[in-house]
Write a protein that binds this ligand. Structure first.
Ligand code: BGC
Length: 749
């Protein structure tokens, strides 16, 4: 039978030719699938609707249907865990490639690189015998403090959608399925298990659903993970509007949904409103389903439909035989190369007053700050990776500097280790701070200053770490932790040749650091080869070319949800997610538990800023950010000229000339925004509609063409419940950043 399934799997590929949409291709085996379902008992079918282990759901061995094996996470195939939880299984071949984290990938602004990244992830998943990658994570970065802002891609839906699409196709072209997450509007970790997001339909469609929509419709994403939170009253795992009306109804999704771990909340809700697999546990989609069929509340046909949707993916993804999986190391050189390429193109030069690149006559470099030594692979819960190796910034710099240059290091500040599971260590680590806002340590500061005084250039490494930015909690502030600001001031006084390098996933408050730093680099959490890529940029082997995928606010209070008092949530309530795992709550019957949880205050999050997320807000409200969305400098200047725009049948085509005026090859990410002229509909000041990464040799000039699909210019008309294209004037703005528009022209739609 295994052989039969294998052949059917191949047939799926063969039949998936032109004419069928990516989602329809999943249905080519439906007749064979129905024949299989006809042979299955109800128990066998229901057994497929919930977890088998912490990272698998069952197949039917008797019929040759393999289990479905899942793997976190978005940035590398996660270490093998115990069958019943996340504790390490202690394997030796499961060290994976650690790819740059979400915001770093997004800073490349390259769908092509996202595709390559996906191929690396997909191939390593196959080596580990995994069928489904729990990623990409594509929610919009609504809050600068968001615990998962670094996991997500961008504050902009068009950029997020392009990267989500590239990643999805890359993974799935390797014969592995994505499970795109977290559907939908999962933008905060505070009360993540219960918060009810109150959002209007237009904002939902135009901003928050876009990345999912493209990955599902164009990318053929085979599975989707409903988020923990509620949207407009219903949990995502049982949200009729999201799962049945939009995902399956409008987008034609044919695959299966997998609840986030612990995010299933009821049998009837899940069965009737679009969930296929409960992860983890079987208390809702196990025996209660069988019981409900017996009472007539559910039908076996409903179960058949869910199983059909799972089997479509099972057939499209050929199971890796057990004796083939895990025979070589997960991390492979070709993936490591991809991780390097992404890292090279993600680093953002925020400011440069002639200090970078490091000059060839520099003999003494002072590297200050623990983040230069920080490994960022692990931590962050589901997004942690057991990397085969990780080149830290300090290692990368030492290697690149070579023997003729002295690279001296001082920790500079204590690092905040965050919440610690279990008892505190008997002897406190002198390099760890007890609180995130602990002032600078005088001893460490003096040591760093002494080193800085003797150096030709000082590289200060600040930022956050994965205990500060993590799944499960939001930051309270975006201030640089542990006295870093004090240290930067002292370093600047000691040596004016100061470069500040920020090692973080999300934005930080730079009001103190910026005036003290002649150069600032955003280096991200940049994966296995992060230190190599950073050294290449600092020494000028390559020109930096990353652009910010989110705004750096001047201060947290300027950002939209904070400015409007929408976050922190006013109605805090109790996080039901935490409660659900309390022994007394676990001991309740499903009905008791539901009644108990429903009786508690319900936290709510109101999205009254509507579509004014990120730069849409700063532009529209004329609030000056520290660094704008899309910002990023190079070591060369680019000249933009001669713009023309024309409306075609399905798109607006924009042409202009781009010249690299420098003496080294460099990439520029060109960005096209639109501004509506005399519109009857309310719009943000401007919106990104197209972008491209262009590689130019020294002195090279090229005509660049970008096209904006007319579909992307529509708005969601709430009265008509439909996408509508408003006729009228459209200003086309071409630039190097959202606040650096170089060319303007106008067209009529
Ligand atoms: C996270 C998911 C992750 C899952 C499995 C959840 O807590 O929200 O992103 O895939 O755990 O580790």
């Amino acid at each position: 039978m295994k052989r039969v399934l294998l052949l059917l799997g191949l047939a799926a590929v063969a039949c998936g030719g032109p004419g069928l949409s990516p989602q329809e291709r999943l249905t080519v085996n439906d007749a064979a699938i129905d024949a299989l379902i006809a042979q299955m008992s109800l128990d066998e079918k229901v057994n497929m609707l919930h977890s088998k282990t912490n990272m698998s759901s069952a197949g039917v061995e008797r019929l040759g249907i393999a289990d479905m094996n899942y793997a976190d996470g978005p940035f590398g195939i996660r270490e093998e865990g115990q069958p019943n939880g996340f504790m390490s299984a202690g394997w030796t071949l499961d060290s994976a490639t650690f790819f740059p984290t979400g915001s770093a990938l997004a800073a490349t602004w390259s769908e092509e690189l996202a595709y390559k990244y996906g191929t690396g992830m997909g191939r390593e998943a196959r080596l580990r015998g995994k069928d489904v990658i729990l990623g990409p994570a594509v929610n919009i970065q609504r809050l600068p403090v968001g615990g998962r802002t670094y996991e997500y891609l961008s504050e902009d839906p068009i950029l997020s959608a392009a990267l989500a699409l590239g990643y999805t196709k890359g993974v799935q072209d390797q014969g592995t399925a994505v499970c795109i997450k977290h559907f939908a509007v999962n933008n905060q970790e505070t009360n993540r298990g219960s918060v009810n997001v109150i959002i209007d339909e237009r904002t939902l469609r135009e901003i928050y659903l876009k990345p999912f929509e493209r990955a599902v419709i164009e990318g053929g994403a085979m599975s989707v993970m409903p988020a923990y939170n509620k949207v407009n009253g219903d949990y995502c795992s049982e949200n009729e509007h999201l799962l049945n009306e939009i995902l399956r109804g409008e987008w034609g999704f044919k695959g299966f949904t997998v609840s986030d771990w612990g995010g299933t909340h009821s049998t009837m809700g899940a069965m009737l409103h679009g969930l296929n697999v409960q992860m983890t546990g079987s208390n809702y989609l196990g025996q209660p389903v069988i019981d409900s069929i017996a009472t007539g509340a559910l039908t076996e046909a409903m179960v058949d439909e869910k199983v059909r949707q799972i089997l479509r993916v099972r057939m499209a993804v050929e199971a890796v035989p057990a004796d083939v999986a895990n025979t070589v190391m997960t991390s492979q050189p070709e993936s490591q190369k991809i991780a390097l390429e992404v890292a090279e193109k993600s680093i953002v030069l925020l400011k440069n007053e002639g200090v970078l690149p490091i000059k060839s006559d520099v003999r003494r470099i002072a590297v200050i700050g623990q983040n230069a030594m920080l490994k960022t692979q692990s931590g962050g819960m589901g997004a942690g990776v057991k990397a085969l190796y990780e080149i830290t910034p300090l290692e990368g710099i030492r290697k690149r500097a070579g023997s003729g240059v002295e690279v001296a290091y001082a920790p500079g500040y204590k690092n905040y280790p965050g919440f610690r599971w279990g008892p505190a260590p008997a002897v406190a680590n002198p390099l760890e701070a007890a609180a995130i806002d602990e002032p600078a340590d005088p001893g460490l500061l003096a040591e760093a200053v002494a080193l800085a005084k003797e150096a030709d250039i000082v590289l200060f490494f600040g930022g956050t770490n994965k205990s500060i930015e993590t799944e499960g909690s939001d930051r309270k502030s975006i201030k640089l932790p542990c006295g870093q600001e004090e240290l930067v001031k002292a370093l600047r006084e000691a040596n004016p040749k100061l470069v500040s390098v920020l090692v973080s996933g999300g934005p930080t408050d730079l009001q103190v650091l910026e005036p003290e730093s002649p150069a600032i680099v955003q280096a991200w959490w940049n994966g296995t080869e992060g230190g190599t890529a950073l050294a290449e940029v600092l020494f000028g082997d390559i020109a930096p070319s990353g652009k910010l995928p989110f705004t750096f606010p001047m201060k947290l209070e300027d950002s939209p949800a904070f400015a409007l008092g929408n976050f922190p949530d006013k109605n805090v309530g109790v996080d039901l997610f935490t409660l659900m795992f309390r022994p007394d709550v676990l001991a309740m019957s499903p009905a008791e538990r539901q009644a108990f949880l429903a009786s508690l205050p319900q936290p709510e999050s109101h999205y009254t800023e509507e579509s004014l997320v990120g730069y849409r807000w700063y532009d529209t409200k004329a609030v000056k950010p520290m660094y704008a969305f899309g910002h990023g400098l190079s070591y060369v200047d680019f000249e933009y000229g001669n713009v023309k725009a024309k409306t075609g049948r399905n798109s607006v085509n924009v042409k202009f000339t781009l010249k690299n005026c420098g003496d080294m090859p460099a990439d520029e990410v060109v960005q096209v925004y639109v501004h509506r002229v005399d519109s009857a509909v309310e719009w943000p000041e401007k919106e990104l509609k197209a972008f491209r990464r262009v590689t130019l040799k020294a002195g090279e000039s090229r005509r660049v063409t970008l096209s904006i699909p007319l579909d992307e210019l529509r708005y969601w008309d709430e009265a008509a419940s439909a996408w509508t294209l408003e006729k009228g004037g459209l200003q086309i703005l071409v630039g190097a950043a959202s606040d650096d528009i170089r060319l303007k022209t106008e067209i009529k739609l």
